[in-house]
Write a protein of this length. Structure first.
Length: 512
């Protein structure tokens, strides 16, 4: 039960849970969901108010582009899948325009599974910056993401600008993703900026001085009307609002890089019950793949005995054994099952998140692959926030260190913000802890918000649901229908983002 034991609860968290149960009344589901609904509406309204004034202009993209045949993009981000999303959204809007993309970061390991744009080698000048200023164990072109920290961020920024000044100034749009700190490299260029963020605002920044530089640049860039700062989910939008004092539009990834594989769910029913996919971090949350496979084997034996009692002819035909899925886990897939086309043939997917963001989830949903997720109000918080030192109940975080006095831990090292349970106006989002605040934060993730996923309270809930292939196909169709609706809404939002960046002054709405 130690924090690094891969179990989501520690002795400390259980102790705190008992204390909270004794001293604080846990809120009902309806009270928790009321707070969640208020926050969802707040983000929806901000997106609408920010982008909807541009819908009229966006309806005339050819007029805004004035016959433009090419679009010059300068794209910077350490996560290929995240950076692809806004670029592919713009390509989708402008199918007849040639995109010239300068992407110094190159591709990461995603390119081995989903080939496509941004899969070129890392630019040598940027590789030099990485080797000099970013600490990471393995520095090669297919392990881009999650550097431990940036050393001497101001110097790295100055070098980057010196290396790429001319290319940035020649771009029509400057695009940045993970980390947010890289967006500050564009400050002062005078070129429209589109940011699409998939990690905490302090990611890679160990120094409070470096963080202050990032915050100052992002605030300045976000205040300029041609620029749009977007977070991939509400959790990141809220953390950016609190840590950078800047509102971000929330826009979910549509997994556009799937291409023709999108909506391609076609489970293999010729070989028993086919395959079950498990998405989780390999070293987190114990060996679920093995546990699930053993559970299904036990169910196979039990159902086989029951079938002999109920249908001797069928039992004889199946030799007394009910077919069960074979369980595979992302991160440990054999080469022939790593492609998204191979994922489409899985029967279903068990999703066990390990933090509030995870791009695999959007790929699975866009395929139409039925998803099983732990009950968001009961069990999911212990998975989503397991990275918070293995505890789902914590004390309030202390104040950040003063400049020059220690390091800034960043969003993922901080405790989640909760709502102030001591205030009469329950639901006010304040810094705090407690199980109910973790439930609220979990429900604000896309794991908690996406419709048509199946919620389970135990692995045993999978057994009979996996047997029902007709029900799984119906779930898939519901997912696909909803994804098409979200995709159309996303397309409109990206069209508004595009015209915000490129529309001439005379075409800009009066509100701008």
């Amino acid at each position: 039960l130690l924090p690094d034991s891969a179990w989501p609860w520690t002795l400390s968290s259980i102790w705190h849970a008992v204390g909270e149960w004794a001293e604080v009344r846990w809120r009902s589901n309806s009270e928790v969901l009321r707070v969640v609904d208020q926050e969802v509406r707040r983000h929806h309204d901000f997106r609408v108010n920010t982008l909807s004034p541009w819908l009229g202009v966006a309806s005339d993209l050819p007029g805004v582009l004035a016959g433009r045949q090419t679009l010059e993009l300068f794209a910077l981000g350490m996560h290929t899948g995240l950076l692809r999303e806004p670029i592919l959204a713009l390509m989708e809007l402008l199918p007849d325009v040639e995109f010239n993309i300068v992407a110094p970061c190159g591709g990461d390991k995603l390119c081995g599974r989903i080939p496509g744009i941004l899969c070129q080698d890392r630019d040598p000048l940027f590789a030099e910056l990485i080797l000099t200023h970013m600490y990471k164990k393995n520095l090669n072109s297919y392990q881009n993401m999650h550097a431990d920290f940036i050393e001497n961020f101001p110097l790295m920024r100055n070098k980057f600008i010196a290396f790429y000044r001319e290319k940035m100034l020649a771009a029509d749009i400057l695009m940045c993703s993970e980390p947010l700190a890289f967006c500050s490299f564009f400050d002062g260029a005078g070129v429209p900026v589109v940011a699409y963020i998939g990690n905490g605002p302090g990611f890679y920044l160990a120094s409070p001085v470096d963080r202050a530089i990032m915050v100052d640049s992002v605030q300045r860039l976000a205040s300029q009307p041609q620029n749009t700062f977007i977070a991939m989910n509400m959790i990141l939008a809220i953390s950016s609002e609190r840590e950078v004092d800047t509102r971000f539009v929330t826009l979910m990834p549509m997994a556009r890089h799937l291409g023709s594989a999108m909506y391609s769910y076609n489970p293999d029913t010729k070989r028993g019950m086919g395959k079950l996919l498990v998405t989780k971090r390999v070293m987190a949350s114990w060996d679920v793949r093995c546990m699930t496979q053993l559970l299904l084997i036990r169910a196979q034996v039990w159902l086989g005995k029951l079938m002999k009692e109920l249908d001797l002819e069928l039992a004889s035909h199946l030799d007394g054994m009910v077919p069960i899925p074979k369980v595979y886990q992302i991160g440990e897939l054999p080469p022939e099952l790593k492609s998204v086309e191979a994922w489409s043939a899985f029967r279903a997917c068990l999703v066990l998140p390990w933090d509030p963001s995870g791009l695999n989830t959007y790929d699975v949903y866009a395929l139409g692959l039925p998803m099983f997720i732990p009950d968001p109000l009961r069990f999911l918080p212990s998975f989503v926030y397991r990275s918070q030192a293995g505890s789902a109940l914590m004390n309030k975080p202390g104040p950040p260190p003063k400049p020059g006095e220690g390091s800034w831990p960043g969003f993922w090292r901080r405790l989640p913000h909760g709502f102030d349970q001591s205030q009469p106006n329950f639901g006010k989002m304040e810094t705090g802890g407690g199980w109910d605040s973790f439930r609220i934060w979990t429900m604000l993730t896309d794991f908690g918000q996406l419709p048509h996923v199946r919620h389970i309270s135990a692995l045993s809930d999978l057994i009979f649901q996996l047997l029902d292939i007709g029900g799984l196909k119906a779930t898939s169709q519901s997912m696909i229908t909803h994804h098409r609706e979200m995709h159309a809404d996303s397309r409109n939002s990206w069209a508004c983002t595009l015209v915000r960046a490129l529309a001439p002054i005379e075409r800009r709405p009066s509100s701008e």
